[in-house]
Write a protein that binds this ligand. Structure first.
Ligand code: NZQ
Ligand code: ZN
Length: 388
């Protein structure tokens, strides 16, 4: 049964080949000073930087830059960004990049006027925002995280070996996001498929929880079928507009909070993956692909019915002559075969993990309680071992 909920998603989206023109509608709503936030330079190589700067200038904006946001943005970089935004007296933070840049922009936006240490306040104590927020807009160049239409912000603290996400409220969601599928064409294949698996994982984290009959599960099965279909096309032909636009749109739907409404969710794969990320700084989607099969095989006996439904609805497993358990297992085998076929990383050794690191990773793993089995630290170690 669907539980009670309130739903609001305030982010305005501009989608398609001309989406960047949406800046002409959005920029006049904000003051003169724009902090332009971006990553390691891909936007300079592919021309997106020049297009954005031209539109900012046409709209009379004064541009202040904060470049060098790394994948898996750090708490040190966040402190630097806060100082830059303060110095710029930013009226708008414009994030141009992937999830890391968008997440970082949100973290800066809630920290500029915060008197506390933002890492401690938001990412350790999970406190609400109690200060003025600088509005954020996004121009998305990497698809996967859903950061373009949610309040999520994930920050890594290398000193503490922790990678933690805070889900901020509606007031921190991007005010607008520009989604042009062509902006993703220059992504290296490794990043593209990592993003594809991040999307799949977001859907599965919300699907593998609960046993009730609810509409969200049917929506998620449709999203998964479309994702697998489009991913197969995009892997063969990365400039297939139809496939890339579908993947971009599925990513947004997967984590814009809609499918989680009224149902329980798991998120344990992300907690395991984030622990791997905290210790290795590996690419987010690959940390998820590396731990997913061992995790799902471990919890399958506690949620067999849902795994069997998944096998039939998403992987077209023929149930004839099979037990529920056999159907469920066949679904995971089909998923594993597909993951290998598109080139995902299937173990944490390939991401730089060694057996000696496992105890530290177990310590860095937050334990969630919405999945089919609440894991103990010993079980987390078993799953990490199976992922080596
Ligand atoms: O830094 P640049 O030079 O721009 O290069 C980036 C980066 O190296 C490159 N890239 C991005 N767009 C490109 C491009 N290269 C060529 N052409 C383009 N068009 O791709 C690399 C990865 O970018 P990044 O932003 O790190 O990837 P992603 O979008 O996967 O973001 C990962 C971060 O988001 C967090 C992750 O934990 C991780 O820190 N997440 C955020 C979530 C949220 N807000 O809800 C949920 C997710 O589960 C996730 O945890
Ligand atoms: Zn993710």
């Amino acid at each position: 049964m669907l539980g009670n909920f309130t739903y609001c998603n305030p982010t305005k989206l501009y989608f398609g080949e001309d989406a960047l023109n949406g800046l002409n509608a959005e920029l006049p709503k904000y003051g003169k000073n724009v902090l332009l936030v971006y990553g390691g330079g891909s936007i300079k190589k592919n021309g997106i930087y020049d297009k954005v700067v031209a539109l900012l200038k046409e709209n009379g904006k004064e541009i202040f830059e904060d470049a060098g946001v790394m994948p898996n943005p750090t708490s040190d970089k966040l402190n630097e960004g806060v100082a830059r935004a303060k110095a710029a007296q930013a009226d708008l933070i414009l994030a141009v990049g992937g999830g890391s840049v968008c997440d970082y922009a949100k973290a800066v936006s809630v920290s500029v006027h915060c008197n506390d240490d933002p890492w401690e306040k938001y990412f350790i104590r999970f406190e609400d925002v109690s200060c003025k927020i600088i509005p954020v807009g996004c121009v998305l160049t990497m698809v996967g995280t859903g950061s373009e239409m949610n309040g999520g912000s994930v920050i890594t603290n290398h000193q503490q070996k922790l990678k933690i996400g805070h889900v901020f409220g509606e007031n921190v969601f991007p005010k607008f996001s520009i989604l042009n599928p062509k902006f993703t064409y220059t992504l290296p294949k490794y990043q593209m498929i990592s993003g594809i698996f991040d999307i799949m994982s977001h859907i599965l984290e919300q699907y593998f929880s609960g046993t009730d009959d609810n509409t969200s599960d049917y929506i998620m099965e449709g999203l998964l079928r479309s994702l697998i279909h489009s991913a197969n096309i995009a892997v063969e032909n990365p400039t297939d507009y139809e496939a890339r636009s579908n993947i971009m749109w599925i990513a947004t739907w997967a984590l814009n909070t809609l499918v989680a409404k009224g149902k329980s969710t798991d998120w344990m794969v992300h907690m395991l993956g984030q622990a791997v990320g905290a210790h290795t700084d590996a690419t987010h989607g690959m940390t998820l692909s590396a731990v997913s099969m061992p995790y799902y095989r471990y919890i399958l006996p506690y949620g067999t019915k849902k795994f069997a439904r998944y096998a039939e609805a998403v992987w077209n497993v023929n149930p004839k002559g099979k037990t529920e358990e056999d159907i469920a297992k066949a679904g995971l085998c089909a998923m594993e075969d597909w993951m290998k076929s598109i080139g995902l990383v299937m173990n944490i050794t390939d991401l730089g993990t060694t057996e000696e690191m496992l105890d530290g990773m177990v310590e860095s793993t937050l334990i969630m309680n919405g999945g089919y089995k609440i894991l103990t630290p010993e079980e987390i170690k078993i799953i990490f071992k199976a992922s080596l």
